[in-house]
Design a protein. Structure first.
Length: 524
């Protein structure tokens, strides 16, 4: 370390030679002239004593401070003769290194007006600056996410944004009725291209809270030993495969929520992660959740408008078709009674069967198209189940021998009994049409915290994954002779009842349909 002499830097008796004993970069000035630096400063910036000693503050600014940061430092330097000037303070700036690069630093100074000497500390601010840059960059990206057209597009752009900043990122998503998390999108800096889902075995949903106990509180967790968590969450050899793809030790898990409901998490890995960067990613995850909610609400609004228009068209079409169908049925009955020959009867049977199917479609179109004005009250789901079963048995569409009825006695929910009975009839009809002669339908009723659930499971053919997400839309069906209107009617009734329809695979191999209703009148 060089120094002009060993005079005191301050009235406290600290000498210039003590700079080298400091663990941070430090320099000293006297009367606005650079007089000393320590070895940590040399290590941080690359500048040597002959490069800087004896230069004025103005000359040093030209050499050390980038143009965009000189204004604030210049103002402080120009105010050095002000008797009311502050004798200590701090600021952020960038400092040029001898190699031509830039290092962000936090500059803290102590000035002694009597000796005109100053001691300046330069703290490496690269971690803090990275956090600021990440926060600003992700905030700009988040502002555009709400313009995405799908939830998948939001997740793809979110992991792309993280990857562009040097992080490996994966979006894990919770799906209703699925005990495992879905890899929605994943990206690493060494794998260029658009975001892609991983093909590894999927982790269980509880891993989100096992790894991050603050997940339900919507707080991100920062881990310096993230690979240990991977080994705890996965069995071998899957853990080793994931570690090979995401080799960094540091990890952040940031929860994704839609409103109050957990949606999944962003998992980010990089050796550049710090607690400050983790906070920026936590904020980004919150903004991603808001973008997902915006996209979903926009989609639901468009879907409601589309279904309303379709419902009006369906009602008009059903009214126009109903009278001709009735005339055909009447004429068919007369032909069967009076003039049908043995050769004609099989043809008439075909006409009769197809006309009945058309009549059922007309009824479903009318159910779908009519305006719904629910008159909800507390009503037991067990009673509605028996009412729906009696209706189907009376029409010859269902046999009680195929049913396992609920064992509960009286589980009440807030609903319109007539509308919900219609929904149960449609679900049970679909289930019966999905099983063979020896198949079974199991009905259970669950009493949860603030909702009640009516669940129908069959052991039929099941529903392909690509169809499950579209069931409930008009004309989407898995049967060659199906109309797809039954579950569309159910979906409308559930929406009008403040309920929820969930369709997925049953443990028996068939389909599992869940109708969820409020347990009490909603507060709004």
């Amino acid at each position: 370390m060089g120094a002009a002499n060993d005079e005191s830097v301050s009235s406290g008796g600290r000498t210039l030679v003590l700079l080298d004993q400091l663990p941070v970069a430090a320099v000293a000035t006297r009367d606005g002239v650079f007089v000393a630096m320590n070895s940590v400063f040399i290590e941080l910036t690359g500048w040597q004593e002959p490069d800087l000693l004896g230069q004025t503050i103005g000359e040093l600014m030209e050499k050390l401070v980038p143009l965009r940061d000189r204004a604030v430092i210049g103002k402080l330097h120009d105010a050095r003769s002000d008797p009311n000037r502050t004798t200590q303070g701090w600021l952020w700036c960038r400092m040029r290194t001898k190699s031509g690069g830039e290092v962000p630093v936090r500059v803290e100074w102590r000035f002694d007006p009597e000796t005109r000497e100053a001691l300046v500390f330069l703290l490496d601010a690269r971690p803090e600056m990275l956090g600021q840059e990440v926060s600003e960059g992700l905030a700009r990206v988040a502002g555009a996410l709400s313009r995405c057209s799908t939830e998948q597009e939001v997740l793809d752009q979110a992991v792309d944004a993280l990857c562009e900043r040097g992080f490996s990122a994966t979006a894990l998503v919770i799906e209703e009725g699925d005990p495992l998390l879905r890899y929605a999108a994943s990206r690493t800096p060494d794998r260029p291209g658009s975001a892609h889902p991983l093909t590894l075995p999927r982790p269980s949903r509880d891993v989100l809270e096992r790894i991050n106990p603050a997940f339900k509180d919507r707080r991100a967790a920062f881990f310096q030993d993230g690979m240990r968590l991977v080994r705890e969450a996965y069995t071998e050899p899957v853990a080793a495969q994931i570690i090979a793809i995401l080799p960094a030790e540091k990890m952040v898990q940031a929860p994704l929520f839609l409103g109050e409901q957990p949606y999944g998490a962003l998992v980010v890995t990089s050796d550049a992660l710090t607690p400050i960067v983790a906070t920026a990613i936590d904020l980004f995850a919150e903004l991603v959740g808001k973008a997902l909610e915006t996209v979903r609400l926009r989609k639901e609004r468009v879907e409601r408008e589309r279904l309303a228009a379709l419902g009006e068209a369906a009602a008009v079409m059903a009214h126009e078709v109903r009278n001709p169908v009735g005339s055909i049925m009447n004429a068919l009955t007369l032909l069967e009674r009076q003039t049908a020959t043995p050769e004609q009867r099989p043809l008439l049977a075909i006409i009769s069967e197809e006309t009945k199917r058309l009549e059922q479609l007309v009824t479903q179109l009318l159910d779908f198209g009519r305006p719904l004005f629910p008159r909800p009250r507390l009503y037991p789901l067990e009673e509605l189940t028996h009412r729906a079963v009696r209706a189907l048995v009376g029409r010859g569409e269902l046999s009680e021998s195929t049913l396992n009825l609920p064992e509960t006695v009286e589980t009440t929910g807030w609903m319109d009994p007539d509308l919900v009975e219609l929904a149960l009839v449609n679900v049970l009809r679909n289930a019966r049409q999905s099983i063979d002669a020896s198949g079974r339908i199991r009905i259970t009723i669950e009493d949860a915290n603030d909702v009640v659930r009516w669940i129908a499971e069959d052991d039929g053919r099941g529903i392909p994954d690509d169809v499950v997400r579209r069931l409930g839309q008009p004309f989407v069906t898995t049967r060659a002779t199906g109309t797809g209107m039954g579950l569309a009617v159910v979906q409308r009734i559930l929406e009008a009842s403040r309920g929820k329809l969930t369709i997925g695979p049953a443990v028996t191999g068939g389909a599992r349909v869940v109708l969820e209703f409020p347990k009490a009148a909603p507060s709004d």
